[in-house]
Design a protein around this ligand. Structure first.
Ligand SMILES: Cc1ncc(COP(=O)(O)O)c(C=O)c1O
Length: 417
């Protein structure tokens, strides 16, 4: 079997790697060409999500934008979910607001109205905004949450970093229900241009949009040219590593040596790492790659759905899995299954060249390999902690063929027995 990875650039083909490198060249020597394409992307987001879209270096910058547009301050609290990565908290801290973690609902990876209400009761400050995620691409009852938010004068931010293409319980498109929709175009996301984020203001007044636009006009591009070049190389480097992962003798292979060296010289930083600590503009050099990813979005969603059906047949409707409805209405960025010892199962799968140890998430608030100190209080979100101990995500990306998915199912079942 060809090695299978849940991440390591598995969204990229040779064409993506070409667009990534060409973007670097074109943005320097033919900037108008790139600017034109950027305008088309903005038009696409404005029209699709029916609002005014601002583009950023990272998804967390987009959350910062959403909180600024909501006029969140240090007198306020923002509710977000446990079972998340630290980047969301990082963005809330930038606004000065208190982070209030709500637990996820039973048999899902997302918030529910009940868990949000419970978190609101715990908050020492008035809640100004709620951020809902469609974690792992799973669906949620956004309409019920939106209605409650509206009633309580709370801004609802839909975070589509993982949920692009999902539907809500009522069958609406994710991102079309709340006041503000944010996106991440970071590594392993549905639209993956290595880095990037966007914030679409949907229900804000013209005064609020103008205020946000004024702030946006003061931002700079990330002034880290070496780090940016490294990110442009990421698709190519990962293609080389994945392609040569089995070339070698015994456990020593070209791909493993390449991965080791690439990590050593900083070519494979954790996606949670950001060189910037405040909002920065989207680097136009990634425009080509982002446009190419948007072109492939429908096909990618259809492919993920097809692969997920196979996982569903094997693991769905069993007591160990998520609610079927949260999966079926989702976008299947990854297919979650619950196992008693995910680390052990992942290591058994690695022996069969299936590498799924990059789990979302291994803790209620996951800091990846970074040192970060989260304000999450241990024990405050039991379901999130329990899910983090048991969840394993199966890949659905373009390199998982029907045959490959069947092999993954068989390998998981064998690892369990
Ligand atoms: C749900 C969610 N929101 C926001 C982010 C932040 O995205 P970025 O890494 O582009 O800042 C992430 C990152 O993975 C995420 O999973």
């Amino acid at each position: 079997m060809r090695p299978v990875f849940s991440s390591l650039g598995s969204n990229y083909t040779a064409a993506d790697s070409w667009y990534s490198l060409a973007g670097l060249f074109l943005s320097r020597f033919f900037p108008t060409l790139v600017t034109q394409q950027y305008s088309q992307i903005k038009t696409y987001f404005d029209a699709t999500y029916e609002g005014e879209t601002f583009f950023f270096y990272k998804g967390r910058d987009a959350i910062e934008c959403a909180l600024r547009a909501s006029e969140v301050s240090s007198n306020d609290a923002v509710i977000t979910q446990a079972f998340a990565c630290y980047a969301v908290e990082e963005a809330i801290h930038r606004s000065g607001a208190e982070v209030v973690y709500a637990d996820i609902a039973e048999k899902t990876s997302n918030l529910s109205l009940e868990t949000i209400k419970a978190a609101q009761k715990q908050s020492s400050k008035p809640v100004k905004a709620v951020i809902v995620q469609y974690s792992l691409g799973c669906s949620l009852d956004t309409e019920a949450i939106a209605q409650w938010c509206k009633h309580n004068d709370i801004i609802l931010i839909e975070d589509l970093a993982q949920g692009l293409g999902a539907k809500t319980f009522s069958g609406n498109e994710a991102g079309m229900v709340g006041d503000i929709t944010i996106f991440s175009f970071g590594r392993d996301k549905m639209l993956d241009s290595v880095t990037g984020g966007a914030c679409c203001l949907r229900t804000q007044s013209q005064r609020e949009i103008t205020k946000t636009a004024k702030w946006y006009a003061t931002l700079e591009k990330p002034a880290v040219s070496m780090a940016l070049t490294i990110q442009h190389l990421y698709p190519l480097v990962t293609i080389c590593i994945r392609g040569s992962f089995r070339w070698g003798i015994g456990p020593v292979t070209v791909g493993k040596v390449l991965a080791f060296l690439a990590k050593k010289i900083g070519l494979l930083p954790t996606p949670l790492h950001a060189e910037t600590s405040s909002a920065s503009l989207f680097p136009l050099s990634f425009t080509l790659l982002l446009a190419h990813q948007i072109d492939g979005l429908e096909a990618s969603l259809a492919h993920r759905r097809k692969i997920a059906q196979l996982y569903n047949q094997a693991f769905g409707n069993s007591a160990a899995t998520f609610n079927q409805s949260v999966l079926e209405e989702g976008s299947y960025l990854r297919y979650p299954i619950l196992v008693s010892n995910p680390t052990l199962i992942a290591s058994k799968l690695a022996k069969r060249h299936i590498y799924v140890s990059d789990r979302w998430y291994r803790a209620a608030v996951d800091c990846s390999t970074l040192q970060c100190s989260s304000s999450y209080e241990r024990g405050s979100a039991h379901r999130a902690e329990r899910l983090a101990q048991r969840v394993l995500n199966l890949p659905t990306h373009r390199y998982i063929t029907v045959e490959g998915a069947e092999q993954i199912v068989a390998a998981v079942q064998a690892a369990h027995s």
